[in-house]
Write a protein that binds this ligand. Structure first.
Ligand code: BGP
Length: 489
């Protein structure tokens, strides 16, 4: 294969809530992700007490807790990047990463989210992390919010449903973009901005039981509107504070195929795709697509938006479009009798032509090429694949080695399709960051045993282990891909 374009940004992607640990160190407040999977009220209460959130009732706790029967190893421990960041960044740099996507935990900077004064210790932590990256010429690509609203935003403000949260977020963005102006040039506003509909608590800080059941969907879209305004303001402020910055949106690229060529199935696919594109349409074109406004009207919803909101959204569109891509699936007008499967948090019809991962996520490299073509044609702006990878159960051999050829095969096949998208289809692609270069807690399962990394971390689902890092077979493979700018494939 020929090389990728010069300056192509190879790297890997992580998120603070699945990686850092140190959940109550350095002045950090609890975030929704610290509690989302708690099934033990005692430990949740303890966590809230530590942060002075004593007025939260048992009822609030019950509402905020997930309903899983099993107590999983909670995300708050991550893989202890908080104490291992130097070692981890050195390992990432060892693969020749040009870019490292990570997120800032909002509650490390503003423990409750609504303070005026930031937590200096939190700011210093990211100073140290960015300095370490830059030491190896690795550019940080920073997500401002990756499932990390501070818990108080959820419990005291009703999450993003409350307009005030726009101001809190904008203040946070102003603080971080001023502070890191000389260190970070690439930014993303909200991770998988569309996910507020699928994970209202984790993404939007919305505690469902506080709202009337029949009104909750409207509540989600109102919260989403506030995120759109906040995202546009984040673009504005970031450009003011860092004139040469590039700010992108980030969406879950759920790619659907019509199950058959029946017009009804094709129409179903179009409608599904619109339900994904409405987020990027709004952030890229700076205005609500007519089909979304029509939906509001038909549902009888009154999403509150001011003229000023609409002006802001129009004035500050994103510079590029980033997305996660893991799999594709099929849709039909009528699912009756068809085999279903759950991909990245979405249940859809199983495609009989492609294999699945151990977790049922269907593996479809050509779907990545199709996604790139669609997004490039629709938006005519640079694209960035900021998540792509295979969650698998790795086996550690007696000598400590891990032969993760399945991971190499997955990534290789997707990189080949990216190459075709650039060379044959004229797609403008800035870079590629795999999810995740180092093992971390899986978001959907809250477990460690669903592993994505080139680097193994010795921790089990319950947080037991040495936390030692070791290289898998894929580590040297990816290093060579980067060294040769893709030509080794
Ligand atoms: C994306 C999220 C990531 C990550 C990834 C893999 O949707 O942005 O945070 O977790 O999915 O998913 P999982 O961890 O559930 O396997």
């Amino acid at each position: 294969m020929n090389q990728f374009p010069e300056g192509f940004l190879w790297g890997g992607a992580t998120a603070a809530n699945q990686l850092e640990g140190g959940w109550k160190e350095g002045g950090k407040g609890p975030s929704v992700s610290d509690v989302a999977k708690f099934t033990d009220p005692k430990s949740m209460k303890e966590l809230l007490d530590v942060h002075g959130l004593t007025d939260i009732t048992d009822e609030d706790i019950k509402e905020a807790m997930a309903t899983d029967d099993e107590v999983y190893y909670p995300k708050r421990h991550g893989i202890d990047f908080y104490h291992h960041y130097k070692e981890d960044i050195k390992l990432l740099a060892g693969m020749g990463f040009k870019v490292y996507r990570m997120s800032i935990a909002w509650s490390r900077i503003f423990p409750r989210g609504d303070e005026l004064e930031p937590n200096e210790e939190g700011l210093k932590f990211y100073d140290a992390v960015f300095d370490e990256c830059l030491k190896y010429n690795m550019q940080p690509l920073v997500t401002m919010s990756h499932y990390e609203p501070p818990l108080a935003i959820a419990t005291e403000y009703n999450g993003w449903y409350n307009r005030k949260v726009i101001d809190f977020f904008v203040h946070y963005v102003d603080v971080i973009t001023k502070r890191y102006a000389s260190k970070v040039k690439y930014w993303l506003t909200f991770n998988e901005v569309d996910s507020i509909i699928r994970h209202p608590f984790m993404t939007g800080g919305l505690i469902e039981s506080r709202f009337k059941k029949e009104e909750f969907e409207e509540v989600e879209y109102q919260a989403m509107h506030h995120q759109f305004v906040a995202s546009a303001l984040a673009v504005k402020i970031t450009h003011e504070n860092i004139p040469d910055a590039k700010v992108g949106c980030m969406l879950t690229k759920l790619t659907y195929y019509p199950y058959s060529c029946k017009p009804e199935d094709v129409l179903e696919e179009r409608e599904r795709m619109r339900s994904i594109y409405c987020y990027s349409d709004t952030q890229v074109f700076g205005e609500y697509p007519k089909y979304l406004l029509t939906k509001y009207k038909n549902k009888g919803w009154h999403i509150k938006m001011t003229d000023e909101d609409l002006k802001i959204m129009k004035a500050y569109p994103v510079d590029f479009i980033s997305f996660s891509y893991y799999s594709s699936s099929c849709v039909a007008h009528d699912n009756n009798g068809l085999e279903m499967t759950t991909g990245n948090t979405v249940t859809a019809i199983k495609n009989p032509y492609i294999p699945s991962s151990d977790w049922g996520w269907q593996i479809d490299p050509i779907g990545l090429r199709i996604s790139l073509i669609d997004l490039a044609d629709r938006y005519r702006k640079p694209l960035f694949v900021v998540e792509n990878g295979l969650g698998a159960k790795d086996v550690v051999e007696e000598d400590g080695s891990i032969h993760d050829d399945y991971r190499i095969d997955y990534l290789k096949s997707h990189i080949i399709q990216m190459w075709h998208a650039i060379h044959d289809d004229g797609v403008d692609l800035m870079g590629y960051t795999t999810w995740a270069p180092i093992d971390l807690i899986s978001n959907s399962t809250n477990q460690m045993s669903k592993r994505y990394g080139f680097i193994y971390v010795d921790v089990d689902d319950y947080g037991h282990g040495t936390y030692q890092r070791s290289k898998k077979k894929s580590y040297d493979w990816y290093k060579e891909v980067i060294e040769t700018n893709g030509a080794s494939i």
